[in-house]
Write a protein that binds this ligand. Sequence first.
Ligand SMILES: [Zn+2]
Length: 207
Amino acid sequence: MTVTSARSTATQQQARMARARDFSFIGRLCLDFAQTGDMGWGTRYERLTSPSELGRWLTRCPLHVAVASVTATDLLRATGLRTAIWRTAQALLAGDKPRAADIRRLNVDARHPPLVRALSPDGTSMRWHQPSLDAALATVAQDAVLLFGDSQQRARLRRCENSGCRVVFFDDSRPGARRWCAANRCGDRIRAREYRRRHTGTTPSSR
Ligand SMILES: [Zn+2]
């Protein structure tokens, strides 16, 4: 493989990842939510393209919460919180001070009453008690407050080492040495690239 073709393959991979049709859940609620945005790739990579898509994300995310209706105004509120989480994570990873407006925004949403669980009459299952969008967003915002505000959790905030990937994740591995957003996503790609480089002498693209 020539350097040029390796580069174009890497670019195609990158575009595929950015254009992934459905939501991905890497494992930390607030970061998974933050990554429904375009992540700096451009607006065509936006995942929450309508209020109903926000509703669908909520049912598919680890909260598995169904809210009665999601309006265009709700979507605006949600994406505002999402931007605040995304930018704060980026700032902290870069060692910069987060924007005051983003912190304010996070705190405003985190102050609302969060989702609460209720036990079923037979005591063997549970459901959300009167779930609402406000409560769901508050739960996401609280998760971000905990992640950023707790020094031990913040120390495990990572950016995927695949430079063609912009995923930010929480490293919950015991040694705390996780390098990629997901082994079967970027880990396999990087290992395959390193293998090719060792065995063919190909200079890989930096992406
Ligand atoms: Zn990755």
